[in-house]
Structures are given as C-alpha cells and as structure tokens.
Design a protein around this ligand. Structure first.
Ligand SMILES: Nc1ncnc2c1ncn2[C@@H]1O[C@H](COP(=O)(O)OP(=O)(O)O)[C@@H](O)[C@H]1O
Ligand SMILES: N[C@@H](CCC(=O)OP(=O)(O)O)C(=O)O
Length: 368
C-alpha cells in the first residue's frame, strides 16, 4: 500500500452527485464517496466533507410549477438539508456533525477562530464534519455563493493538505467538454493566471452553481495556502481507487512553494474589505520605517463604513490596490483623524490607541 502524505483533506461534493435526478437525494454516487471517506479514515487521514445539494435535494418537496425564486431556493435548501444529512449519515458507523456557514461567519475573525476550534474538536473525536453554506439565512452581502469557494475557505481554515472537488466532469479541460468534442484535459496546472480562467465556462447541469470558474477560484485560494487542489469525476468508481493509490485521476493544481502566512491568506482570500482608505505616496517608506506603521497624516480619504477589526483595502491616490489591513479605528473616527490630522486630539488618540495601520496587521497585495 502506497503511503499517502495527507494528514487532513477536504472533500467537496457537487449537487449533481447528490441529487442527479433532481427529485431528492440518491445514493447512487454517494456510496462510493462514502466508502472513500471510510478508507481514508482507516488510513489515519482526517476528512472534512463540504456537501452541496440541499437545494437540489429539497426541490421535489415543493410544487414544480412555482418559479425558482431566491426565497424558494432558500426554502428548498432548508428542507433539503435534512434529507441530505440523513443520506450521508446512513453510510457511516461513526458520528457526523452539521456546520452551516455563511461568508459573514468566515470573514469575522472571532467567528472564524470559533469555527476552526469546533472543526478541530470534531476531528479530534473522530466526528466527520459535514459543511454547507447556510443558504436559508444568507443575503447577497453575507453569502459565499458557491461551495467551491466555500470548500477552499474551509480547507484553509482547517489547514488541510489537499482539497478534492468531486464533480460531474473529469477535471479542467481547455474548454467546456460538454460543449466541445475536441476539449483536452489538463492533468496538472502549475500556476493560475488569466489563460486558465479563460478556459472556464459555466455549469451546464441543471443543479450546478458556478461551473469551472468557481473551481479555479477555489484552487487559487487553496494553492496559495499550500493546499494541492484536485478536480475529479465523482461519477467514476475507479477515481477513488486511483486517488488512494497515490495517482491523479483528474486535474491537480499544484500548491505554491511558498504559501502565504495564515493571517495574510485569510485577509486576502476569506475576509473581504468593508471599506477602504487612500494613502499618500509615503506608504512603502512608512511601512519599511523603524515603527512600520501608517499614521493619520498619511491617510488622504476614507470610504465606506467599517468597525475596528474589519478588513479594509488600502489604495494609493492613483487607484493602485496596495494592501489589505485590519482596521484599528472605525471609519468614523478615522475620517475625523484624516480631516484633522494635526489636531491635538488626533495625535493623542494615536499615541494611546496606536497607529492607524500597523505592519503586523497588513497584507501587501501584488501591485497591478
Ligand atoms: N473548461 C472546463 N472544463 C471542465 N468543465 C467545464 C469547463 N467549463 C465549464 N465546465 C462545466 O463545469 C461543470 C462543472 O461545474 P458545476 O456544474 O458547477 O459542478 P458542481 O455541481 O460539481 O459544482 C461541468 O459539467 C462543465 O459543464
Ligand atoms: N449550498 C448549495 C450548493 C451551492 C453549490 O455550490 O452547488 P454545486 O455547484 O453543486 O457545488 C446547496 O446546498 O444546494
């Protein structure tokens, strides 16, 4: 038996595998995936499952002639989630646990840490975490929107070694294989750039969300955390044997050789900005300086509403995206400081609270 060097993996299972006929869950494909989970655990590999399919599983519980509005999909998700969880649970003789998350949870550092703690505790006690987006409560502002990106955020949070996205296609092709007979499979992707995104088309099944674009986004998030990302055909039984034999049965995106630090990764790929500040030209110099910080007199403009601890974008006056940072001040107080940078109040405030942005709370972005 070949030794696999995975300590912890995240598996993402798409809706087409869960409810292929769109009339409730089917065990047809899930049994093989469940067996794969059991075999991984038997080899000492910790598994976290990100399962789609609540909407597809719940749709048959509502009249078919009602339009699939956003609110109907939320209702379908709420109803289908129990059916989907029950289906998974049937396959295992160990306990599983349901975690329903939104982007609002993951981008809040305190809740993010709390989710991590819960996941690690479940794993430590042999419980299988099964995660989905909490579709029933999400709004446009709060949602991740697709489980490919959610699974990458989960993989980063859980510090996984590999993310495996099980879908209805063999991997990433140079164009959508369902629309082009001459599409060619890419077994290994060393880096992700615009040319890779250009290959991605939309979902062609009735139940998928995001198609290949969101899978590439997920791979970008995960590989920059040092997590190898696979896109694999979950319909094929042989896929799972090949994975356990240490082979690549689909497409693999190789992890960055120098992954981002955890906090920098979270600010860049999980937390999105709640507002932004425009800084003057001394930004690089100030950060590299002895104190390594930005003070109020370097802030030219403040946009949006944010609170202490929120993630903000730092821009230069010509619009260049310089960094993401944790706000040490609320937008309201920062606007006051920026407008009155020379006032005694502003000076005293910064002397007691600290700099507007400090080096330890900042993630520099590649200038484009
Ligand atoms: N370049 C591509 N390579 C492979 N599949 C692609 C590509 N572009 C678009 N697709 C589509 O992406 C689909 C998989 O995404 P999706 O339907 O969202 O699956 P899931 O429900 O598993 O997330 C494929 O069935 C295919 O129609
Ligand atoms: N959260 C949704 C799934 C969203 C999603 O990304 O679906 P899919 O493209 O099938 O992985 C659900 O449970 O129906």
């Amino acid at each position: 038996m070949q030794k696999l060097n995975w300590r912890r993996i995240v598996l993402k299972v798409g809706s087409a595998l869960i409810a292929p006929d769109q009339d409730g869950c089917r065990s047809r494909y899930l049994l093989t995936i469940a067996q794969f989970i059991v075999r991984c655990r038997a080899r000492g590999i910790e598994v976290i499952l990100v399962s789609s399919g609540s909407v597809a599983a719940g749709s048959h519980l509502f009249p078919s002639d009602i339009p699939r509005s956003v609110v109907m999909k939320k209702a379908m998700a709420a109803a289908g989630q129990t059916e989907m969880m029950a289906m998974w649970d049937r396959f295992f003789d160990f306990p599983s646990a349901q975690l329903l998350l939104t982007h609002g949870d993951l981008r809040d550092r305190e809740r993010y840490e709390s989710i991590r703690e819960t996941v690690f505790t479940l794993l430590e006690h042999g419980v299988l975490p099964i995660i989905n987006e909490n579709d029933a409560v999400t709004t446009d502002d709060l949602k991740v929107g697709d489980n490919d990106n959610l699974s990458a955020m989960v993989a980063a949070a859980a510090d996984a070694d590999a993310l495996m996205i099980f879908s209805d296609v063999d991997g990433l092709y140079d164009k959508n294989p369902n629309l082009h007979d001459d599409a060619v499979l890419l077994p290994e992707i060393k880096s992700i750039d615009e040319s890779i995104y250009a290959m991605a088309g939309c979902a062609t099944s009735a139940v998928g969300t995001g198609g290949m674009k969101t899978k590439i986004e997920a791979a970008e998030k995960a590989t920059s955390h040092g997590i190898a990302t696979y896109i694999i055909n979950g319909f094929e039984e042989e896929t799972f044997n090949r994975l356990l034999a240490g082979e690549n049965p689909g497409s693999v995106f190789l992890p960055y050789e120098k992954p981002m630090q955890e906090a920098v990764h979270w600010m860049t790929h999980t937390a999105n900005e709640q507002g932004e500040v425009v800084v003057d030209g001394s930004f690089d110099e100030s950060l590299e300086g002895e104190d390594g910080c930005i003070r109020g007199d370097e802030i030219m403009e403040v946009h949006g509403e944010f609170a202490i601890g929120d993630t903000i974008l730092v821009r230069s006056e010509d619009g260049t995206r310089l960094a993401k940072a944790t706000a040490n001040y609320s937008s309201c107080l920062l606007s006051f400081i920026a407008d009155n940078e020379q006032s005694e109040f502003s000076e005293k405030m910064q002397d007691s609270i600290g700099p507007v942005i400090s080096e330890k709370d900042i993630a520099l972005l590649e200038k484009s």
